[in-house]
Design a protein around this ligand. Structure first.
Ligand code: ATR
Length: 282
């Protein structure tokens, strides 16, 4: 019997102990029949490049990268895909021939895949994007690729301005001030801030008029219970919402595809992860 080659993948980040990626890839292994090891590695902030290069020099074939190393991963990649180039951020690495390291970004395509799966997004829609950090930047090109127009609002306005001016070459995007957010006249409102991690809600929306039946809410973050952002929406009568668990599985599926050329069944993995949730939003 031929010996099956065992692949080794790692997730690098700080912190990473909370990550659901190992369980997601375990499900991928089950549903594709591919055998591999997938582990997590917490890296000290000044050690990222050394540790990653050592991993690829020895037994590593691929890696995922999470906060706070996505920009550093972009810099250490020898070549990058166009979507990584557009966001200057890399969440997946692959070793090619001659020890060349390829950097890709599957966050944006993962988000779009999930929004499509949920039937939450269509061409030419109006989107409000809350947040102007790495998570927001990662998804903007994909949203613009649908010819959607994006208003971006952020606690620090100058950061929203900066992001809008960088991405305006790819489509319709403008920064707006919190005080100018009077009516939520959007098809989709996306939370890309890290406020919910600290159980804070985005205060941006408190003084706005909005029509929950016309607007979908999507949080890039996820939790076993409703995130504060989605809780706010639900408290105001909203019923069309989802957290970022589907995006997490989808970006992992695209990473898996980059490594192995096989796209796993995303929906079945989301169903398994949502099985024990205290709420259902799909
Ligand atoms: P990430 O890579 O996860 O996006 P980041 O680059 O640090 O992390 O960005 C975090 C985002 O969450 C920013 O938009 C930040 O707003 P500022 O640019 O004003 O810092 C936003 N954010 C974090 N905590 C927040 C809070 N309590 N309320 C509102 N926005 C918050």
């Amino acid at each position: 019997m031929p010996i099956q080659k065992k692949y080794n993948y790692l997730l690098f980040g700080n912190p990473v102990h909370h990550s659901k990626s190992p369980i997601i890839y375990k499900y991928f292994s089950h549903n594709t029949g591919l055998m591999f090891d997938y582990n997590i590695k917490q890296v000290e902030n000044n050690m990222f490049s050394n540790v990653v290069l050592e991993f690829f020099k020895t037994y590593g074939q691929g890696a995922n990268v999470t906060v706070p190393f996505k920009e550093e991963a972009y810099k250490l990649s020898h070549i990058v895909t166009r979507r990584a180039q557009m966001t200057h951020s890399v969440n997946v690495l692959k070793k090619l021939k001659n020890n060349i390291i390829l950097g890709d970004n599957t966050d944006g395509i993962g988000c779009l895949y999930d929004l499509n799966r949920l039937n939450f997004i269509h061409m030419n829609q109006k989107i409000l994007l809350i947040g102007a950090g790495g998570a927001a930047r990662g998804i903007i090109p994909n949203l613009l690729s649908l010819n959607c127009s994006i208003d971006i609002v952020n606690r620090t306005f100058s950061r929203a301005l900066h992001v809008a001016s960088y991405f305006k070459k790819f489509g319709f995007i403008k920064a707006i001030r919190i005080d100018d957010l009077k009516v939520l006249n959007y098809h989709v409102v996306i939370n890309a801030t890290s406020a919910g991690i600290h159980q804070e809600c985005s205060f941006f929306l408190d003084n706005t008029i909005f029509y929950p039946e016309r607007t979908v809410f999507y949080d890039l973050f996820y939790d076993d219970k409703l995130t504060p952002f989605l809780q706010w929406y639900q408290d105001h009568g909203g019923i069309y919402y989802a957290d970022g668990i589907g995006m997490l599985v989808s970006q992992a599926a695209y990473s898996f595809y980059l490594w192995n050329g096989i796209f796993p069944n995303v929906q079945s993995v989301i169903n398994l992860l949502n099985k024990n949730k205290k709420y259902f939003c799909e």
